[in-house]
Design a protein around this ligand. Structure first.
Ligand SMILES: Nc1ncnc2c1ncn2[C@@H]1O[C@H](COP(=O)(O)OP(=O)(O)OP(=O)(O)O)[C@@H](O)[C@H]1O
Ligand SMILES: [Mg+2]
Length: 356
């Protein structure tokens, strides 16, 4: 690969399954040695994109260069330079971890001498040495994902595709895997193309993030740039009588909005039990930009308030590790909601939840 050439350069990528248009002209660029995260709701086309870029599926149209090669003209050269960890684990349950790695080395024609070294090094590096001789059937989800990633690394790829690599993992295993992925980039200079539904994952790992929705990239940038697309955030107030309200932070900014809310609370001598300020995160961006516009926002505010105050859901609805599908109801509180109060004053009088 030429030094300055991006690891991935795509223009006008299109793909349909029969009449179903999935990718409607995607453009993206991934510089070498960076982590790029493609985010999108279920069925957005993330796996389809990964499969096309990794030569497993043919695009209908588009100019695509991967690892310095034209995908259509030199698929073999692309294959030789990349590794893919698919959405569903590709390890063989009936083999041990070590046997899986050896099998992969054989498939990639790694010579016998080097094979031993490679397998040993990967077992150590991915912290699998202790379980190397156990059948994969007995592995936990986290171990299996680590083995999957180790197998992806057998061929020493310069570019790896990780399709939802931490789906279903517990928070600790997820963090371990993030650390491993960071290590691949920082120590080996590998480029990572990652899809995920965990927005915290993109926030933690990715240099750049793109949001895929209805066949198009609706936003792209660094996690911070994307967060700036969504102004405001909200202030949650809990009262002593168990009622609550949510106040959208206005254009005046967090400090001004907070000051205004506090003044009004003082003025009406409300007994406040708790107050928190929520500044926008990738969840908000994702949900605002990919949410279903047809879902009525009028009831959404109420649902949001309920979830904030419900005793059965003690955690914030936008908890960082909540998968998008579960977090979807919060999308309906997008800042464009017509019920959004235009000023803290309006908010105080309109969003108090009287039912509780
Ligand atoms: N082989 C196929 N034949 C027909 N339709 C398909 C095929 N593969 C995927 N699709 C459809 O294309 C769309 C995109 O699917 P894809 O698997 O790329 O989405 P995704 O973003 O990876 O979703 P998820 O988050 O659920 O993994 C979906 O509507 C899916 O049903
Ligand atoms: Mg998928």
């Amino acid at each position: 690969m030429l030094n300055k050439e991006p690891a991935i350069a795509v223009t006008g990528l299109r793909k349909s399954y029969g009449p179903h248009l999935v990718l409607d002209g995607i453009d993206l660029t991934v510089p070498q040695g960076t982590i790029f995260s493609l985010l999108g709701p279920n069925g957005a086309g993330k796996t389809t994109t990964v499969q096309i870029l990794s030569t497993l599926l043919k695009a209908d149209a588009g100019q695509i260069r991967v690892a310095g090669h034209d995908l259509a003209a030199e698929p073999d050269a692309v294959r030789a330079a990349i590794g893919v960890t698919g959405q569903f684990s590709a390890v063989d349950d009936l083999l041990t971890g070590e046997e899986n790695l050896r099998l992969m080395a054989d498939l990639l024609h790694v010579g016998r001498g080097r094979r031993r070294q490679t397998v040993h090094a990967l077992l150590e590096r991915f912290d699998l040495a202790d379980v190397a001789r156990e059948l994969v059937a007995a592995y936990s989800g986290g171990l299996r994902r680590r083995l999957d990633l180790a197998m992806t690394m057998v061929g020493e790829p310069r570019l790896i595709f990780l399709d939802e690599p931490t789906a279903g993992l517990d928070p600790r295993s997820r963090r371990d895997l993030w650390q491993t992925v960071r290590g691949l980039v920082e120590n080996d200079g590998v480029t990572v193309f990652l899809t995920t539904q965990y927005l915290e994952e993109a926030d933690q790992l990715a240099d750049r993030v793109a949001l895929l929705s209805r066949g198009a990239l609706v936003a792209e940038g660094t996690p911070d740039q994307l967060k700036r697309l969504i102004p405001g955030g909200h202030i949650s107030v809990r009262f002593a009588d168990e009622t609550a309200l949510t106040v959208r932070i206005t254009d005046a900014g967090v400090v001004e909005s907070l000051r205004s809310v506090l003044e009004q609370l003082d003025a009406c001598e409300a007994e406040v039990a708790g107050l928190s300020v929520h500044t926008p995160d990738l969840d908000d961006v994702f949900l605002a930009l990919t949410g279903d516009a047809s879902a009525a926002p009028t009831t959404a505010g109420i649902g949001f308030l309920t979830s904030l105050t419900s005793p059965t859901s003690p955690t914030s609805p936008a908890a960082p590790t909540t998968p998008i599908s579960q977090a979807a109801p919060t999308s309906l509180t997008a800042p464009t909601s017509p019920t959004a109060p235009t000023s803290p004053t309006a908010a105080v009088t309109t969003t108090k939840d009287p039912a509780r």
